[in-house]
Design a binder for this molecule. Structure first.
Ligand code: PMP
Ligand code: GLU
Length: 388
């Protein structure tokens, strides 16, 4: 009998996590690595949040909390949904989990039966298809192109809905493309999903990292029909630079949330009590920290694309949110893994091959690193690419 279950045998490691840790390890061994791999803000978690966590430890707030999170934290999340997203989620419709990744996985485990299809716009974040596979569902990719700014059209969506379609995973602002769906586009997606009774898992983790004065819109806000089919996922990792604290959350219909609560009862129980206190502090802070960080990311994006513009063998679509540039490298003649491996070995610049996101002719550059690092990394890429 095989030692590893069939379910796990076919699951790949997360390239975003493994390449990021490889780059960190090389750096610690003295390599002069520039990393454009990281999927996390390079800012420190604000002191105010850290102090609350220290206080939580000192006051022995170190025991189990209710599985779905403390009532205080859930009340703040409910308020946040109302204020930022025009969404009414009662605290009974909220589950706090160990990161948005955990929230998405919980939602899928509760919704998906073996063979159910889950629509995933491609390029996609690396973990979506593997999560669907873990639930024994079938990922069905909807290909997009840079011509549409990497967004699915109503026609694409309608064509891909079958009798087995259970859910769509929507991610705006998107990792890896940085695309942001506007009001009209979301309204159409909401109309189609409502008519066909397709659930939407709306991953809004990059909500606050959005550029050019755009405003993020939550798909569940388009009326009762779509609200009843949507699980809205968010978290503190990106907006408060709290990736290591592992706090994510979701809001959704009561029956689904109740099932997620049972699932979490028997899997992780509550997310860390100390992190929950820290999250409470984050959600009561004025939003200047997040705004300043987003402003800084926008400046870096502008600089990075100005540099890429001059490299003839690279093309890109201007990201409107998140902190990644998805670059077309087909003119180099290299596939994405060879491009990334050679760039790391020959120039010590780490980035993520596009094959992990469904496009082997692309690579992902993260600009969640200092301007100085971006400048140096771009110098190295420019020099290297002109010679291949
Ligand atoms: N969704 C997307 C698109 C992401 O890029 C990430 C980053 N890891 C997550 C969800 C999960 O974030 P976390 O689990 O740290 O909240
Ligand atoms: N979401 C980030 C990324 O895409 C962090 C790593 C991960 O969880 O995948 O790089």
């Amino acid at each position: 009998m095989a030692r590893i279950s069939e379910r796990l045998a076919k699951i790949n490691p997360s390239s975003t996590l493994s390449i990021t840790s490889k780059a960190k390890k090389l750096k610690s061994q003295g390599w002069d690595v520039i990393t454009f791999a990281a999927g996390e803000p390079d800012f420190d978690t604000p002191d105010f949040i850290k102090e609350e966590a220290i206080q939580a430890i000192r006051s022995d707030f170190t025991k189990y909390t209710p599985t779905t999170g403390t009532p205080e934290l859930k009340a703040l999340i409910s308020h946040k949904f109302k204020k930022d997203n025009s969404l009414d989620y009662d605290t009974s419709q909220i589950v706090v989990s160990c990161g948005a990744k955990h929230s998405i996985f919980n939602a899928l485990l509760v919704l998906i039966n073996r063979g159910d299809e889950v629509l995933i716009p491609s390029p996609y974040w690396v973990s979506y298809p593997e999560m669907v596979n873990l639930c024994e569902g079938t990922p069905r990719f909807i290909n997009t192109s840079s011509r549409n700014g990497f967004k699915i059209t109503p026609g694409d969506l309608e064509e891909n809905i079958t009798s087995r379609t259970k859910a769509l995973i929507l991610n705006s602002p998107s990792n890896p493309t940085g695309c942001v769906y506007n009001f009209d586009e979301l309204k159409e997606i909401a109309r189609i999903c409502s008519a066909k009774k397709v659930f939407v898992i709306s991953d809004e983790i990059y909500e606050k990292i959005i550029f050019g004065g755009l405003k993020h819109i939550s798909i569940a806000s388009f009326g009762k029909k779509i609200y009843d089919l949507t699980i809205t996922v968010n978290g503190l990792s990106k907006s408060f630079s709290m990736t290591g604290w592992r706090i994510g959350y979701l809001g959704g219909p009561e029956d689904i949330v109740e099932a997620i609560s049972r699932l979490q009862d028997h899997s992780t129980s509550n997310p860390a009590s100390i992190s929950q206190k820290a999250a409470q502090a984050a959600l009561t802070m004025p939003d200047d920290f997040t705004r300043k960080m987003a402003f800084e990311f926008e400046k870096r994006r502008d600089y990075a694309v100005e540099r890429l513009e001059k490299m003839k063998k690279v093309r890109y679509c201007l990201p409107q949110g998140a902190f990644y540039i998805f670059c077309d490298i087909s003119a180099t003649g290299l596939n994405s893994a060879d491009f990334a491996n050679r760039l790391l070995e020959e120039k010590q610049v780490a980035l993520i091959p596009g094959e992990s996101f469904g496009r082997d002719d692309f690579v992902r550059i993260s600009f969640a690193t200092s301007m100085k690092q971006i400048e140096e990394g771009m110098n190295r890429i420019e020099d290297w690419i002109s010679k291949i």
